[in-house]
Write a protein that binds this ligand. Structure first.
Ligand code: UDP
Length: 405
């Protein structure tokens, strides 16, 4: 571990699971680099409760958080900065989630430099080769009843990024081109152990179940912490898993199925398959699952954390994006990096079973499996001494220290 450097960083995540995880991982990485860390958190987080399906990505929820958090956040930040008893190291920098717009004004007023963590990938301005002259940010993202609020949110985020002292990215150079003021130091979760930021209890019984399965035989199915599926999609997923003839581990998060989610209502061929070679849990220790030797494919919604976690373990993906950056992530997984197959909205049992068998057993999937294994090696080597993320982390630490005013 590096020596302490008597500098403190204040980190402030947006309280969604997919944003909390990378911020806590970043805290650990920077702590290992010698910085003291203070994490500020909102009173509420967006864990999902059974029977109260929420739509946490509703732009109005973020807009209201941006309005209501400013004053209490300013008060807390000022307390941290003044540290009247002088016990704590001085605050050198605020690292805030890019979605929290109000942090730029607050940081400026409190006299603290501000850096931004982009928890997703950052290709908003990349061209879309299939549709010139569109850029990624032009693609339809979230279906929302509040398109103006969404536009405002994305606009604020882009402006806030431009205005910051630098951008920290959970990615690595072999995946994408990075512009100069950015620090791609990922994959964060592979930088070392960090405490779990899980908002739901992890069901660890799936690990002992995986221990009993053959290597690379299991398809792991999870659509993250927010996405929901309709009742008919739910049953098509179940039938596809049954038809695949492969073992499966399926995360059915409470509240994630619109309508009834009673498993007993599913067709008997699925229930037999479940009994014989399946396991369902409410929430899994996902990183450990993906690193398990039994897991050979990941059917995912392509949230950025899930995508990167899968790439880091060399697990090929079946892509079923739902909203936001997931569609772009999925397209890169299937068409650019070639480490997965895209369902292209075709949620149909036969196609699902084909995709699963292609990635797990068929000769046809061999190239995808090989490329996934190569990316695993790249994700590991970028973190070793001299690797691109290792060097970028040096650059980030120097940037924070040298940017003190
Ligand atoms: N996750 C988990 N257990 C699960 C499902 C998901 O620990 O059963 C974690 C996953 O490892 C990832 C995060 O939840 O770090 C989900 O983030 P992502 O960006 O993939 O999707 P989001 O939830 O933001 O849509």
């Amino acid at each position: 571990m590096n020596q302490r450097n008597n500098r403190r960083l204040v980190l402030f995540p947006v309280p969604f699971q997919g944003h909390i995880n990378p911020m806590l991982q970043l805290a650990q990485i920077l702590h290992n680099r010698g910085f003291s860390i203070t994490i500020l958190h909102t009173d509420l987080n967006l864990s999902i409760h059974p029977r109260t399906p929420t739509s946490p990505f509703a732009p109005s929820a973020m807009a209201s958080a941006n309005r209501r958090c400013a004053a209490p956040f300013e008060e807390r930040l000022r307390e941290e900065v003044s540290s009247p008893d002088g016990r704590d190291a001085p605050v050198t920098c605020l690292i805030a989630d890019a979605l929290f717009r109000f942090t730029w004004d607050v940081a400026e007023r409190a006299g603290v430099r501000r850096m931004v963590l982009r928890t997703g990938e950052s290709r908003l301005e990349d061209p879309v080769p299939e549709f010139p002259p569109l850029q990624v940010k032009d693609l339809p993202g979230i279906n929302t009843a509040e398109p103006e609020l969404l536009d405002q949110l994305l606009h604020d985020m882009t402006e806030g990024i431009k205005d910051s002292s630098g951008v920290i990215l959970n990615t690595f150079e072999d995946l994408e081109e990075i512009s100069s003021r950015n620090f791609p130091i990922g994959p964060f979760h592979k930088c070392g152990p960090s405490s779990s930021g899980s908002l739901l209890a992890e069901d660890r019984s799936c690990i002992s179940w995986l221990d009993e399965q053959a290597p690379n035989s299991v398809v792991y199915v999870s659509f993250g912490s927010i996405a929901t599926v309709g009742e008919s999609e739910f049953s098509e997923i179940a039938l596809g898993l049954a038809d695949s003839q492969q073992p499966f581990l399926w995360v059915v998060r409470p509240g994630s199925v619109g309508g009834s989610e009673l498993l007993e209502k599913l067709p008997s061929c699925f229930l037999e398959a479940l009994e014989e070679r399946g396991k369902i849990v409410k929430w899994a220790p996902q990183q450990e699952v993906l690193a398990h030797r039994a897991v050979g494919a990941f059917w995912t919604h392509n949230g950025w954390n899930s995508t990167l976690e899968s790439i880091s373990e060399g697990v090929p993906m079946i892509c079923m994006p739902c909203f936001s950056d997931q569609k772009v992530n999925a397209r890169f997984v299937s068409d650019v990096w070639g480490v997965g197959v895209h369902l292209n909205n075709g949620l149909e049992r036969r196609k699902i079973a084909e995709a699963i068998r292609k990635l797990l057993v068929e000769k046809e999937g061999e190239e995808v499996r090989e490329r996934a294994a190569q990316f695993k090696e790249k994700a590991n080597s970028c973190l070793r001494q001299g690797g691109s993320s290792f060097r970028s982390l040096d650059g980030l630490a120097n940037h924070i220290l040298s940017s003190e005013s």
